[in-house]
Write a protein that binds this ligand. Sequence first.
Ligand code: JHZ
Length: 394
Amino acid sequence: MIKEFLDLGKQPLANNYLTKKNLKKKEDFYNLKIGFDKKTKFVSIINTVATKKMFNNKYPYRSSMSKTMNQSFKRLSKYIKKKFKPRFVMEIGSNDGSFIKNFSKKKSICIEPCKNISLLTKKKGYQTYQNYWSIKLAKKIKNKNNKIDIIYSANTLSHIKNLNSVFKSIIHVLSDNGVLILEDPSLLECLKKVSYDQFYNEHIYVFSLIAIDNLIKKYKLEIFNIEKLSVHGGSLRYYIKKISNKKYKINKKIKQYKREEIKFGLEKYNTYLKFGKSVKKSRVKLKNIFNIIKKKNKKIIGYGSTAKATTILNYCKINNKTINYFLDTTPDKIGKYMPGSKIYIKKYKKPLSDEADYIFLGAWNFKKEIFEKEKKFIQNGGKFITHVPFPQII
Ligand code: JHZ
């Protein structure tokens, strides 16, 4: 039974950027409530939105838009090749190929349900299935290929409601000595940083090691290594194998991290209630910061029109009266408007100098990369606003 601990109010679909024409139309809203399941230990959103409404032929997000992610995928690919020497690599949720591009076309399989995005890897010559991950697809792939030694999936499994079907399908295609590598935002980091913007319609789950570990046992799978990653505001990378595969030893880090999660209270409902209170306080503080700045008639723009920012803006009721516009590099977002808040998205062209007094960091998870790029803005006295780990001006 899922017990609610946080209500983030009525929210629009996070990646549903509005065209000028759509501005006048009524937007789709849903109730963003988050809950904890005492039995399974999963934290998930309660009212899920239909998959086809989210992942269709107009999906705007492209994972290659940040240097940080490209570097992270490159490093992992190098490691995979050296350590596992896979005959075939399959990626679930391959997006625009920012990971798979590091592998040979002959040895890769991409799975991407969004038609417009799947065409990007198809056009580059990668074998791409434009499908949702399912047992039907797993059977089709297995008939053609039984040498899949690596299955990788980053920021995708947390988007799929039926995790049982996901793992059932994975064990169907993974070779006996194969390795499943998963990567998703970490619940522990989300709670520590009060980064409640990790919750939006696409993130059905925010995973903990405890919950994943519990679930995969059912499928005779086990985690043999984990890595803490700084990407996407703090993620966990899980290395998973079939229990019958004795090729790899279980790393001690797993027990240690699990202890950290238990110590923080991830198994207790009360921890989440406390988090809910922190979120409310965070909203008050952030709104305060915006109000003070606006009273001084200063100009605020946004940087990175992220899915995450939609949660913040709509929960804190910040709109185009407060933030003049957002800057972003993603072709399918430019010239559109942020969902709900209706803030215009402009094309990012070059490092900034004095375009605004303050920049709200929609992409706070790439703060380091952005600060390096925007040295001139900082030298000119420009300031950033962020809500992580607490609302502040930097
Ligand atoms: P970013 C998306 O969430 C959606 P978002 C999805 N549900 C998910 O799980 C994560 O990704 C992984 C822009 N940008 O990655 C590019 C610049 O313009 O934080 C992106 O629009 N300049 C699949 O949207 C956005 O910011 C820059 O220098 O919350 C970043 O989006 C940089 C670094 C980024 O994910």
